[in-house]
Design a protein around this ligand. Sequence first.
Ligand SMILES: C[S@@+](CC[C@H](N)C(=O)[O-])C[C@H]1O[C@@H](n2cnc3c(N)ncnc32)[C@H](O)[C@@H]1O
Length: 363
Amino acid sequence: MTMLHVAGTTRTRTPRPVAQAATLGKVMATPQVPLLLVLSKRFVTPLYRATFLASAASYGVLRWMNVRPCDLETLALKLGVQGKEDKRRLRAWLEIGVRLGEFDKHEGCYRLKSRSAKLLARMKHDALAAALEEIMHTHVPVLLNGPKMLRTGERFSMADQDGSVIARSTRVVEPLVEAAIDRTLEREYPVRLLEIGCGSGVYVRYAASVNPRLTALAIDLQDEVARQAAKNIAEWGLTDRVEVRAGDLRTLDLEPQFDLVTMHNNIYYFAPDERVAILERARRLLAPGGKLLLTTSCKGGHIGLDMLNLWFEYADFGGPLPAESDLVDQMTEAGFLDAHAQRIVPGEQFRAFVGTNPHAPLS
Ligand SMILES: C[S@@+](CC[C@H](N)C(=O)[O-])C[C@H]1O[C@@H](n2cnc3c(N)ncnc32)[C@H](O)[C@@H]1O
């Protein structure tokens, strides 16, 4: 039995014979016990709960249990767990979910119990479930390993991010990006759009719904992300208007034919000293008079954004979220006219940056 276990159980103990009461008194008088009680309640249990929910969301367990309660055999089948021993291990994992109050068990079937589990299980809250996964897979490792990584010189790479999770989690800012598109996208005339770093493709879909004559090329650096985006575009019935390719903005070789280039939530995938060059590349893909719409959270936001910054500090690519004035200056340096930032909603460090490609070629 660990001290943490003692701390977690002592409060609910019923009076016992004198000897046991004396032992209990002694244990409780140990200076660590009050601290352990606080740690257990305020930090450890919430951490277990968040980790369990992230895992249950990640493997689809929440979604299946949202449809109907599931018994062990059903969950084992869906998860591809075979053999008696591994099914026993799966049961142990599920029972921790029950112990934590996320699930309960009724007539041999596991059901969602906590409000958080029920909310995260709904498709409409998928971005939040993915954000929780992202926190576990990126924010927790950088907090845990940061000092060691400085000693060993190890850095995170793109492979340490799960592109498909990030493509889903970034949708937490969907209403803000959509508002930025509403403000910038031409509706009266056909528009040729290039979206760089398209993720799931949701913003191309939105732009296509705002302007029914819009056609688009959507690219993403990561093959698996581009494949999923292409699948989504097909499911949304947009293949005749939207082409998806895997591609890197830094090496993209296309005619300057686009009326609008969009970059949503990815400027921090480029190091600060690379940003003028990549903005210039984006500009050179625009037709004369075409516009860049770039959306991003900026410096000075909530703790989650600081954690994103921290992760990129420890990565071998990218950099911190931009300061608003720095990015406007970089766009101007990259040759955009009238580069400016727009606040989308008060109190949020989320901005839309817009600039225009000059009509006459720059010397
Ligand atoms: C945080 S995700 C944002 C996805 C999407 N734009 C959204 O807002 O939901 C950033 C995306 O940019 C892509 N990306 C990063 N660097 C890129 C590059 N050099 N060229 C093209 N895509 C890039 C990543 O692969 C990733 O899918």
